[in-house]
Write a protein that binds this ligand. Sequence first.
Ligand code: UDP
Length: 380
Amino acid sequence: MTLTVLMNAGPWLSVPPPGYGGIENVVATLVPELRRLGVRVVLASVESSTLPVDEKIAVFPDGQFHALQRPYNQVCGVSQAHLAGVVRALHRRDDIDLVHDHVEAVGLATMAAMGPDAPPALHTLHWDLAKHPELYGGLDGGDRVRVNGVSASQLARAPRALREHSVGHVHLSTPLAVDADRRPATPKGDHVVILGRINPGKGQDLGARLAHEVGFPLVLAGPVGPYHRPEDLAAAGDEARQNPDVRFFHEHVAPYVDGDRVRWVGTVAGRERDDLVASARASLFPLRWEEPGGTAVVESLSLGTPVVATARGCLPELIEHGRTGLLTADEEELGDLVLAAGLLEPDECRREAAARFTPARMAERYVELYDRVRHGATVP
Ligand code: UDP
């Protein structure tokens, strides 16, 4: 029997995403592999998503990422409108065997409220939830609602109510991991890169300070709040500071950005992003939060770039200290580790990615979990 999965990627970005987009990248990586395994996929996203699927459900014409700078109730409005579209579709049809939800804990509660007609659901936890149990207050959809983590450490830290609904964890993947071990190596430059949202948890302020103190060129790539390009942020004016990430950037990162030792290049995408990471001496993750899944960490390995990071969240699961990267509990030590990262072998990183983090592996694991969800199992 063919399995039909409704994959909810949310209303924020198209799939695949134009640049930044952790969750959307995961969905874009997972869906083609699931379809190769014979799963039918109905994608709930925005109309402009170009990922080939069996069917699409969309409320909004394109990604609503820009709405994230609006007041909170309007952000919720976008979310609710998207969810209402998903629930309407579920009411209309009886061919959906399972909902795989990536975004909305609220969505799971809504489905639970649909009663026995709702299909079973798997919600992938993408965040560090130890501090936000309230997000999952509504997760009492009985045996039909299950969750999975994106690392063992994320699940271990999750509130008990979530762990009791867990079917296990699946490490994130990237298409870059396919045959990563066979691709010719990219010549290394001198720079170090931090790829990710500019955010206190990702620690760009610490990385930038160490770049000046220890003396290495640092490229910061990623959006600041909803702003993807430095010129857009510059044009946004003072109102933009209502966004906490914009405030963080102005107050704690920008003072180090001198266009020479430390540069902020905005969001990078596609080939430009891959070249920037592949040619870096190291990828730096000066984390101040418990990184839940670390797509950018896996991408760095796939591109043959060793990872230097604080040993937080999933980092010790993804990185073998001394072989594919260097980890420390002492953030002041990161600068010295960056200098030592040149001694690590890019080939080891690429071998690791090709062995552990391929899209095919991620999809096979999800099919296993779908089976558990449909049979009401849990794996504490
Ligand atoms: N990303 C990108 N361009 C950027 C910054 C980030 O394409 O300028 C991508 C990055 O390659 C990764 C994703 O955005 O695929 C970030 O995912 P991650 O899990 O590392 O971080 P989070 O989901 O916490 O933002």
